[in-house]
Design a protein around this ligand. Structure first.
Ligand code: GLA
Length: 402
């Protein structure tokens, strides 16, 4: 080839390679989000469509005054029903009765308390409550969210007909990143298209693994209209088995928001629910009325030793390491080499449960310090195993540290 023809080709080739390398090296604006599982509050589980500026602001106040903020809860997230229509320019319209000053002042107020602001939308034409969805308006909505100061978007999956989940969420992540505001993307696709297989690649920071949680202990049940299914806490944890390797810093399995304090489970069951979410490295998004918490509920949601298990910097998700009927042992490897351990009793009577060191990945001859994370008590040094009596539907949660 003549030199005259080769030089332009070389120049094009070099610029393409430089552009490719630059694209590879350029850190995404959302690269460092949710390095530990997100913690916050969301309106849906308690209030459903009954959201308003006053309620959200008073809840943000309560995050601070209750000590939840000090315990690590930071996001205040408005779920479905804040939106009513689109205007002539297709801009999303906020419910003028419920949010009379629009969304920006709500976000500003939340930020003024040192907290972060989240909203909800849907990848389809309508949200699950029938409000306008984001389909076809992803970039327009993302610009709007960024202008309001949104830090977290929960993106649902109702009314998506034949849409491809992976492509739809990738599109929304691209739209959010194009605003240059770092926004956590919560994929709420209920596990239908196995988002644990692709959620991280499309820039999702968390993805729901099941259909909606219900404030009850048990297994899954049909909704009153006959559709499948609402999940109790036990139904949800059964579906987390085998998913643990997909979670890590920046990308988490989401077994749905907390029901702690919503009134239909016992305090023992709420303690188990919270402990299991922590060992699963799940997002801890409270869903109760924080303005009106009994001390027992407050003490569950703000147990710093259990929260530290959830927020461990290694970002390993815990797993079920033993099951014998209604008796289970769950364990999570922590950054310092210790293990967080749950003895879970699903049965209707008290049971003695044992976790062996082999189940935790330790040699049986190892001596380790055991500490009860609910009693806040050191239980001394033990070799080979730890046993405890566990109440019906209860847990004993300990750390085992060589
Ligand atoms: C779906 C989601 C819920 C909630 C509702 C709102 O069911 O899974 O978490 O956001 O929609 O309509």
């Amino acid at each position: 080839m003549k030199m005259r023809r080769l030089i332009p080709l070389l120049i094009v080739g070099l610029s393409l390679s430089a552009a490719f390398l630059a694209a590879q090296e350029k850190p995404s604006i959302s690269a460092n989000l949710a390095l530990t599982p997100p913690m916050g509050w969301n309106s849906w589980n308690k209030f459903a469509c009954n959201v308003s500026e006053d309620m959200i602001k008073s809840m943000a106040d309560a995050v601070v005054s209750s000590g939840m903020k000090d315990a690590g809860y930071v996001y205040v997230n408005i779920d479905d029903c804040w939106q009513v229509s689109r205007d002539a320019n297709a801009n999303i319209v906020v419910d003028p009765q419920r949010f009379p000053h629009g969304m920006k002042p709500v976000g500003d107020y939340i930020h003024s308390l040192g907290l972060k602001f989240g909203v909800y939308s849907d990848a389809g034409s309508k949200t699950c409550a029938g409000r306008p969805g984001g389909l076809g308006h992803e970039y327009q909505d993302a610009i709007q969210y960024a202008a309001w100061g949104v830090d977290y978007l929960k993106y649902d999956w109702c009314n998506t007909t034949t849409q491809d989940a992976r492509a739809s969420y990738a599109n929304m992540r691209a739209a959010l990143d194009a605003t240059r505001r770092p926004i956590v993307l919560s994929i709420c696709e209920w596990g239908t298209a196995k988002p644990w297989l692709w959620g991280q690649q499309v820039g999702g920071n968390l993805w729901r693994t099941t259909d909606d949680i219900n404030d009850r202990w048990g297994v899954k049940e049909k909704w009153p209209n006959g559709s499948c299914c609402s999940y109790g806490v036990m139904a949800i944890i059964d579906e987390q088995v085998g998913l643990q390797s997909y979670a890590g810093p920046g990308h988490w399995n989401d077994p749905d928001m907390l029901e702690v304090g919503n009134g239909k489970m016992t305090d023992t069951e709420y303690r188990s629910h919270f402990s299991l979410w922590a060992i699963l490295s799940a997002p801890l998004i409270a869903g109760n009325d924080l303005r009106d918490m009994r001390p027992e509920i407050h003490d569950i949601l703000t147990n710093k030793e259990v929260i530290a298990v959830d927020q461990d910097a290694l970002g390993r998700e815990g797993e079920r390491v033993a099951k014998d009927g209604d008796i289970e042992v769950w364990a999570k490897q922590m950054k310092d080499g210790s293990r967080a351990v749950i003895l879970l009793n699903r049965s209707s009577s008290e049971q003695e449960i044992t976790a062996t060191w082999e189940e935790l990945g330790y040699p049986s001859t190892l001596s380790a310090s055991v500490r009860d994370l609910w009693q806040h008590q050191d239980l001394g040094k033990l070799t080979g195993k730890f046993s405890a009596k566990v109440a019906s539907h209860g847990v004993v949660m300990v750390s085992v540290k060589p």
